[in-house]
Design a binder for this molecule. Structure first.
Ligand SMILES: NC(=O)c1ccc[n+]([C@@H]2O[C@H](COP(=O)([O-])OP(=O)(O)OC[C@H]3O[C@@H](n4cnc5c(N)ncnc54)[C@H](O)[C@@H]3O)[C@@H](O)[C@H]2O)c1
Length: 324
């Protein structure tokens, strides 16, 4: 029988790709999003409901109307800098409202949740490659909201039997290879979209630090294709359909690319010149941060279809160059 999934935050960058991937695998989807950073146009399949996931009466109506088999919860505020300036907003939206969602799930007997966690829970990395067993010591409120929800999920599993999987994304990037999902984001936080956006807006791109102990002196990060991230949600959900528990997985490419490599790839794909501006290091930025994603490979059978930086940049560019 077709399974029905509630995608909370499904109008956002990652959620819109998760939604498409689920529909391609014949799941039915309902998308709940308040459009604070997402766009309705990104919801290319399923039923869209505009609203806040902290609104208990809206959740009650949704859970009564549909028999959901699982919830995928991607909704969050994601700007690290803003989380430092306005932590109250982040704890309310990302933690308190998530409790409302979890309580509604428990009351309506929906017992599977996939949660969008983040590499930000690790804080300052102790090694270049980070495994799930790395100490979780986030260094900003955004990262702490993610870690708190992971802990709450452990407790809800122990007490109420809620099955959960926290997916700790590194830098999700790229776009829909078919170009159907466009990029409507007003503000970008990640390097690849910042570089591509600079080509459209004709602005400079600061390179924060050119004297790191990396092959070309610029910071190395893990960029993972958003469709590969989307596939992992389906695998994680299928695991929970068959197995109770609470799990966490790193989702990353497993290899890093430097800022200069990203800039060169963007120039090659677009044929345009990036106006790169050498700048000082930012405090707290490590030289290298790359996922060890071997647990997701082994336990979920996760295989990345698009590991190359060029395909990630190419598909991201497609989402810009075709957006109105
Ligand atoms: N993009 C990345 O590389 C990355 C890395 C690590 C973790 N994450 C996490 O993945 C998730 C998705 O990230 P994204 O990059 O797609 O961000 P995004 O901003 O594009 O998507 C978040 C979506 O949640 C919605 N939303 C926020 N608060 C809401 C609320 N109270 N009610 C209803 N909808 C609400 C927004 O409108 C948006 O559509 C987030 O939880 C983020 O913390 C993303």
């Amino acid at each position: 029988m077709t399974k029905k999934i509630l995608i909370v935050g499904g109008a956002g960058f990652i959620g819109s790709h998760v939604n498409k991937a689920l529909n391609q695998k014949d799941f039915e989807t309902v998308i709940l999003d308040n459009l604070s950073t997402g766009a309705k146009e990104s919801v290319v399949r399923g039923e869209f409901v505009e609203g806040n996931f902290g609104d208990r009466s809206l959740l009650d109506r949704l859970f009564s109307r549909h028999n959901f088999d699982a919830v995928i919860h991607l909704a969050a505020l994601t700007d690290v800098g803003e989380s430092v300036r306005n932590p109250a907003r982040y704890y309310k939206n990302n933690v308190a409202d998530t409790l409302t969602l979890l309580d509604a799930m428990v009351d309506h007997k929906v017992d599977i949740i996939i949660f969008s966690s983040s590499a930000a829970i690790y804080g300052a990395p102790l090694s270049n490659y980070v495994k799930e067993s790395h100490p979780a010591e986030p260094i900003n409120p955004y990262g702490r909201t993610k870690l708190m929800v992971e802990k709450i999920l452990d407790d809800y599993h122990a007490a109420y039997g809620l099955k959960s999987c926290s997916l700790r994304y590194f830098n999700a990037a790229g776009g829909d290879p078919q170009g159907e999902i466009k990029n409507f984001k007003k503000k970008e936080n990640n390097l690849i979209p910042i570089v591509l956006r600079s080509l459209i807006d004709k602005t400079g791109v600061p390179i924060f630090g050119t004297d790191y102990s990396t092959p070309d002196g610029t910071g190395v990060r893990d960029y993972v294709h958003v469709m590969d991230v989307a596939d992992a949600h389906i695998l994680a959900m299928e695991k929970l359909f068959n197995e109770p528990g609470t799990f966490c997985y790193n989702l990353g490419n497993g290899r890093g690319y430097s800022v200069l490599e990203v800039i060169r790839a963007a120039e090659k794909i677009t044929g345009l010149k990036v106006d790169a501006v050498k700048s000082a290091r930012r405090p707290g930025d490590p030289a290298t941060l790359v996922a060890d994603a071997s647990r997701a490979e082994k336990e979920l059978g996760w295989n990345r279809q698009y590991p190359s930086l060029e395909s990630i940049v190419e598909h991201a560019w497609l989402s810009y160059s075709t957006a109105d």
